[in-house]
Design a protein around this ligand. Structure first.
Ligand code: ZN
Length: 146
């Protein structure tokens, strides 16, 4: 058994079972719902952005362990980042989920790299990130991975 892979899996299981920042935010500056109909994952992402910096981030929803773990890991990573940095991170993670290559400087988000080996679960992991992108881009309406 590959120790790194095992560690990655444990981190995802831990975040899937006990998602961080899993709450409805009071007075968010923006929020958006996202759906992954393929798996049945639903989440609402809440952001508090001030002076172009993500002051706070949380989410609520129901879905598989991977969708919840990805949102949880994302929420831990984005606090204090500028919206430009957050969009750059979105692009890195999105590419990583598609090609499985780990980019530099993404910290614990590397645990999501292995999901590339399970094509049916890539959209589960991408859901929170696609929802984030839609908020930052100002895209109207609900987000769907289909
Ligand atoms: Zn899922």
């Amino acid at each position: 058994m590959d120790n790194i892979r095992e560690l990655y899996q444990q981190t995802i299981i831990d975040h899937g079972r006990k998602p961080r920042n899993f709450l409805i935010m009071d007075n968010p500056t923006s929020f958006k719902m996202g759906h992954n109909p393929l798996c049945g994952d639903d989440l609402t992402l809440f952001l508090k952005i001030k002076d172009d910096v993500i002051q706070d981030i949380s989410f609520q929803g129901e879905g598989c362990a991977i969708s919840m773990a990805s949102a949880s890991l994302m929420s831990e990573t984005l606090k204090g980042k500028t919206t430009t940095e957050a969009l750059e991170l979105f692009k890195k993670i999105h590419n990583m989920l598609l090609d499985g290559k780990e980019p530099d400087n993404i910290g614990k988000l590397t645990v999501l790299a292995g999901i590339n080996e399970f094509p049916a679960r890539v959209k589960c992991a991408a859901l929170a990130w696609r929802t984030l992108e839609a908020i930052l881009d100002g895209t109207d309406g609900e987000v769907t991975t289909e």
